[in-house]
Design a protein. Structure first.
Length: 78
């Protein structure tokens, strides 16, 4: 899937989200989107990195300690 396809998937999902709200004003969308996208991103990258946090951090462009903090926040490690 290309970057533009991924962007289109997100755009489509957000349009559906607004349709489902049926006129109700959303709240805290930015944090919601980060949480919703971040966890599966971390899960898939860690799987492909064979649970190697240093490799996953490099792929994600994160410091290893930052990655570890995010993995704990999402309850992907203890």
């Amino acid at each position: 899937m290309s970057k533009s396809n991924l962007e289109e998937c997100v755009r489509h999902s957000l349009e559906g989200y607004f349709r489902d709200l049926d006129g109700i004003a959303p709240d805290g969308m930015y944090d919601m989107m980060v949480r919703v996208v971040e966890k599966p991103l971390l899960e898939v990258v860690m799987q492909h990195a064979e649970q190697n946090q240093s490799r996953a951090a490099e792929w994600l462009g994160l410091n290893r300690n930052t990655l570890r903090k995010k993995l704990v926040e999402h309850k992907l490690i203890k």
